[in-house]
Design a binder for this molecule. Sequence first.
Ligand code: FES
Length: 171
Amino acid sequence: MARDTKDNHWKEDFPIPELESTQVSRRDFAKFLCLVSGGLATGTGYVAIKANFFPPEKIVNEHFVCKKDELPIGGTKAFVISGSDIPYILIHLEDGQFRSYEQKCTHLSCAVFYLPGSGRIECPCHNGWFDALTGEALEGPPPRPLPRLDVVIKGMDVYVKAYEPSNKAVV
Ligand code: FES
């Protein structure tokens, strides 16, 4: 029998009925589900352990973030501190104050976002909410407040430094 085209060779070499080739056995499907579930459980466990059992990085000195006029009222700026890989956000609240928090939700480390005009920070992963003024967890699964930085304004420059609850120099 002559072959029609170059593309059909595999059909002659591997004569598998089409129905059989698309069928997935229950056992193979269960194996696949176990593999995916195991991977997800391992990843979630790693994130939870890292977030809850490792001490937070110590921040020393002040770190320049941006010029004051770069951030309009209700605006946010994402940044990292040099030498660290922790993401932070700087928020210019509607009342003129600045706040800065880690941009990782305290539930499972999803990125959080300020919702302009609401005074609240949202975690879209599981509908978690934080107070933008204090970082306190308000609703949803987050178990702790967002880790916070102090914001220091020097002229037109905005700096952040390690959070000290008694610090009077911050805004
Ligand atoms: S990761 Fe933010 S609410 Fe779950």
